[in-house]
Design a binder for this molecule. Structure first.
Ligand code: ACO
Length: 401
């Protein structure tokens, strides 16, 4: 038998697997997913159960510490998070320097990276037990920082966290409360947000999570590792797809609502257009998160009395794609991002904040995976390559070129 990690030494061969389509990078006890059957479990609990019955912070605790918290553990965890929501005022000064139209994802990854400068003891936190306070800070402060971009885009003053509110309500209050009027969090809205955050909380070795583990494998501090994950999430083929989906649905609507035209365009490789929110590297029958979100979109819009025409376009697009040989043969189904934006819109969250919402949801997963990677003392991640460039050439002096 050949030990694949020693393949090069033992045989002189290197395996090439562009995009890691069939290469496991680690062993992990956090999230189980079966792409053929459309199954997703966090630490052994089904996503359907958790989305229905848990709070986001219970799920965060479960992912990070491996077990559902007892009532006392939950109370302590929530208390710690509530009391770390304030962000250093000097971070605000950095924030003030961003242009008003800065993309909130760029701001978020920059400010999370800046946290490593504000908490330099994170450099020494190589053992998982030394990172507890940094983990609490990340969970507590990410929503606060996230809301700053929205407030600035509106020309409004930022809202300070209200530690009497639960995690989701506090976020909504920082987003939407105005100094001039009373704002009360609608429980329909906070429950919908809770569900969306849970559905995004972890998804094993996806692009951003692998990035967090890879950066962390060099023993970079947790803030830098999470900041790198936020940047990876931003791309339109990953978390950025939720923004692209709504922009695509809007464009279809503005173009007269002809969904077939866009299906045809997505099938034409020369168009360069993909149906955003469709397809997944691992799910080949359906994405269980998409099922839950589709139903939640119906429920939330009905409860809030919102009639969003892009929901109809989304439904038509899904129906047409699921009957189309191109999509069926390639096993392309709506993924988690297809309907999430419709709910975010109904909650009043603007399109350029959608991927930020994904980041808030994914944070516990990134943290759990970072901790696991450190606890298992994984070696530095360092893929190999097959060189395809020039063979040895003689240097030619500048004046002779
Ligand atoms: N629209 C049209 N064709 C598609 C789509 C799509 N959305 N997705 C995949 N295909 C086609 C590809 O062109 C390819 O066709 P071919 O076999 O004829 O060459 C085939 O389906 C397989 O696609 P790949 O790109 O090889 O699949 P991969 O696993 O590398 O990519 C991905 C998965 C990135 C999700 C892809 O399906 C995609 O680009 N989807 C749109 C973006 C999106 O929604 N991303 C969010 C993913 S979920 C998440 O990150 C949270």
């Amino acid at each position: 038998a050949i030990d694949i990690s020693k393949l090069r030494d033992q045989t002189g061969y290197i395996t090439i697997d562009n995009g890691y389509k069939n290469t496991g990078a680690t062993k992990s006890a956090i999230t189980f997913l079966d792409g053929e059957k459309g199954i997703l479990h966090y630490r052994g609990y089904s996503i359907e159960d958790l989305a229905e019955k848990a709070t986001f912070l219970e799920v965060a605790y479960l992912l990070i510490y491996g077990e559902l918290p007892t009532a006392q553990q939950y109370a302590d965890f929530e208390y710690e998070i509530r009391t770390h929501t304030l962000v250093n005022e000097d971070m605000r000064k950095i924030f003030e320097g961003f242009p008003v139209n800065a993309h909130p994802m760029g701001v978020l990854s920059s400010l999370v990276s800046a946290m490593s400068a504000f908490y330099p003891d994170s450099f020494d936190s190589t053992a998982p037990e030394d990172t507890e306070l940094h983990i609490i800070r990340l969970l507590a402060k990410l929503p606060t920082i996230a809301t700053w971009s929205f407030k600035k885009s509106q020309g409004h003053p930022v809202n300070y966290p209200n530690n009497n509110l639960d995690y989701c309500s506090n976020f909504l209050n920082m987003m939407f409360a105005l100094p001039v009027e009373n704002y009360e969090v609608d429980p329909v809205v906070s429950q919908a947000l809770n569900k969306l955050l849970i559905l995004h909380a972890d998804h094993e070795q996806n692009c951003s999570t692998s990035t967090v583990r890879l950066v962390g494998s060099s023993q970079a501090n947790i803030y830098s590792s999470i900041s790198a994950g936020i940047s990876a999430l931003w791309g339109p083929l990953h978390g950025g797809a939720n923004q692209e989906v709504i922009e695509m649905l809007e464009a279809i609507r503005a173009d007269g609502g002809d969904t077939q035209k866009y299906i045809d365009m997505a099938k034409d490789k020369s168009s360069g257009f993909r149906l955003f929110g469709f397809g997944h590297r691992v799910y080949k029958n359906f994405d269980p998160r998409a099922r839950i979100i589709k139903k939640a979109a119906d429920d939330v819009l009905t409860k809030l009395g919102v009639n969003d025409p892009v929901l109809d376009i989304a439904r038509q697009l899904e129906e047409a794609a699921l009957k189309d040989e191109y999509f069926v043969s390639r096993k392309l189904y709506p993924n988690v991002d297809f309907y999430s934006g419709i709910i975010y819109r109904a909650l009043g969250i603007p399109t350029n904040m959608f991927t930020v919402m994904f980041a808030i949801g994914r944070l516990p997963g990134w943290i759990a995976q970072w901790k696991e990677m450190r606890a298992n003392k994984e070696p530095i991640g360092r893929p190999r390559q097959i060189y395809t460039g020039a063979t040895l050439r003689e240097f030619v002096a500048l004046e002779n070129r």
